[in-house]
Design a protein around this ligand. Structure first.
Ligand code: FAD
Ligand code: NDP
Length: 512
């Protein structure tokens, strides 16, 4: 026992001595320790390492409530953008197969979709990305620790492995990029026991079957969209409006298209409870808030898409005085991603007021790394961030919604140019193009600077990405008209838009 105590005493003395030496000499184990190996954390750590910094990144995935877990790369790679876009593609192919018959393809009926094949292929691809990220970290000499991190002080991180092994790392700077996880409405009986979230759906080995999706923002609409597209019965329960924060005219086009496509909508309804019947099916009871009446139906799966909660709980931020927003729980950050504690930075989904999007997390992470090494003073510009909702009819936008432009500039201060167009590929396929629409919201005064651009239609992400450059560069309506279109594309319709909403003229594009 005495020997053990002597040993402990020696270890403690050695440990404190090493911290003291490092502190006095200004040396730490690392220049930078990053908590979170998602879109932002990986970008920041790789950039810093490339600039000669000694960097460690910790990434740890707490399994979902039903035990789903995944590898390195964060939300986008494992349970977000990548598997979502691939399953969206699976759905688009279903529509393409139907179109193909009109173009002469002989396709034996009935066509059907196999979840296991799609999910297996998507999951294998994701696993290859997990591996790719590990290789990249190794190549760039970033130390990767599959450990859960928490903060001890502004230069010290405690890392805990799955097996309970603890390690302490010191660093000149610490970056928090721990993202968020889906929320559950825990007050609803059965919500956690019987529900799934976007953390589970992409990793399901068996088809989710008839699915109720609760929530009508990006995640809810996209998931219900691809489920419908691969032939499943999908219902979206909307408590208020769809796509809050987006241009509501565009949101209505997206949901109208989805309704025609086969997705069911339970508007203005609130789930009350979920019971598992002896047969295994889930009985959902809900209230229609307009009539006050209760209803129920049976589903194979209930997917909660009711928003995301920041991953701050395990970080020990309160002890250090890192300020959080009381309502959202996110970390309050400055324009340079600094927190209220020196040497601690935060960005990506965890940062208050930041868009929850992969490209903004990546760009912010790279810029932060450059500033930390003194290579640049450039701040992340969070204005004019383009985005796309990958619903059956995709919706892409950049800049202000018409409502927001109206609020800032007044009705008389804006000019809205718009067009209903028909994608060429819809013609022979005899697809309804009623929701294919675009609008360009401009300042009304002389130069007519473009404030916002909105587009529903095929490949909306690709279309919007291109025009986002123009908007970022301050393009005007005249610049748009001076841009020569590429014929025959949907994007060219943006360069030809000339009917103003104010005129009340028919905005349907006719002819070639
Ligand atoms: P994350 O990518 O979430 O990474 C955080 C990492 O930190 C995770 O791996 C987490 O496990 C880990 N971690 C948490 N706590 C700790 C800890 N204490 N110690 C160590 N590690 C920890 N964005 C788009 O731009 N386009 C899309 O199409 C798109 N689709 C999406 C679809 C879905 C279903 C969802 C849910 C999101 C989607 N997003 C999309 C959003 C995008 O995925 C996120 O904005 C992005 O991943 C945020 O990056 P991040 O680095 O902030 O966090
Ligand atoms: P959001 O917070 O954007 O939306 C949550 C939705 O759930 C809203 O429709 C909300 O309704 C509803 N809701 C909330 N609580 C309840 C409840 N108790 N009962 C019923 N409905 C409820 O979250 P998402 O998870 O959809 O998206 C998170 C973020 O992820 C997005 O902001 C986006 O940045 C990112 N993302 C990006 C994608 C892309 O780029 N394509 C795709 C997916 C996600 P209400 O409006 O009434 O509050």
């Amino acid at each position: 026992m005495a020997a053990l105590c002597r040993g402990r005493h020696r270890w403690k003395t050695k440990h404190y001595f090493s911290i003291l030496t490092r502190t006095l000499s200004g040396k730490y184990d690392y220049d930078l320790v990053v908590l979170g190996g998602g879109s932002g954390g990986l970008a920041c750590s790789k950039e810093a390492a490339q600039l000669g910094q000694r960097v460690a990144v910790l990434d740890y995935v707490e399994p979902s409530a039903i035990g789903t877990k995944w590898g390195l790369g964060g939300t986008c790679v494992n349970v977000g953008c990548i598997p979502k876009k691939l399953m969206h593609q699976a759905a688009l192919l279903g529509t393409a197969v139907k179109d193909a018959k009109k173009f002469g393809w002989q396709i034996p009926e009935p066509i059907s979709h196999d979840w296991e094949t799609m999910a297996g292929a998507v999951q294998n691809y994701v696993k290859s990305l997990n591996w790719g990220h590990r290789v990249q970290l190794n190549d760039k000499k970033v130390k990767y620790l599959n450990m859960k991190g928490s903060l001890v002080d502004e230069h010290t991180v405690k890392a805990l492995s799955k097996a309970g092994k603890e390690t302490t790392l010191t660093a000149k700077n610490i970056v928090i990029a721990t993202g968020g996880r889906p929320k559950y409405p825990s007050s609803i009986p059965g919500a956690i026991e019987h529900g799934i979230t976007s953390d589970d759906i992409f990793w399901m080995k068996k088809s989710p079957g008839k699915t109720l999706v609760v929530g009508a923002s990006y995640v809810g609409l996209e998931c219900a969209g691809f489920l419908t597209g691969i032939g499943l019965d999908a219902t979206i329960m909307v408590r208020s409006i769809a796509l809050r924060g987006f241009d509501q005219q565009m949101a209505a086009l997206v949901t109208d298209y989805m309704e025609a496509y086969g997705t069911k909508f339970a508007w203005k309804c609130l789930p009350r409870r979920i019971d598992k019947l002896p047969s295994g099916v889930l009985r959902v009871t809900w209230t229609d808030t307009e009539t006050g009446s209760d209803h129920h139906d049976d589903f194979d799966s209930v997917l909660w898409a009711v928003g995301r909660a920041p991953e701050t709980k395990a970080l020990g931020l309160d002890k250090l005085g890192v300020h959080l927003n009381k309502d959202t729980g996110k970390i309050i950050v400055g324009a340079d991603e600094s927190t209220s504690v020196p040497n601690i930075y935060a960005f990506g989904d965890i940062g208050e007021g930041r868009p929850e999007l992969t490209p903004t997390a990546i760009k912010a992470g790279r810029l932060l790394a450059r500033r930390l090494v003194g290579q640049s003073s450039q701040l992340m510009d969070y204005d004019n961030v383009p985005t796309t909702v990958f619903t059956p009819l995709e919706y892409g936008c950049v800049g202000l919604s018409e409502e927001e432009a109206d609020k800032r500039y007044g009705k008389e201060g804006i000019e809205v140019y718009h067009a209903f167009y028909k994608p060429l590929e819809f013609t022979i396929a005899e697809r309804d193009a009623s929701q294919c629409y675009l609008k360009v919201v401009c300042e009304r005064r002389e130069k007519q600077k473009i404030l916002g651009l909105h587009f529903t239609g095929p490949n909306a992400g690709e279309v919007t990405q291109g025009f986002a450059l123009g908007v970022q560069c301050g393009a005007t309506y005249a610049d748009l008209l001076n841009t020569v279109g590429i014929h025959p594309t949907c994007a060219e319709e943006v360069t030809k838009v000339h009917i103003t909403k104010r005129s009340g003229l028919d905005a349907t594009v006719t002819g070639c």
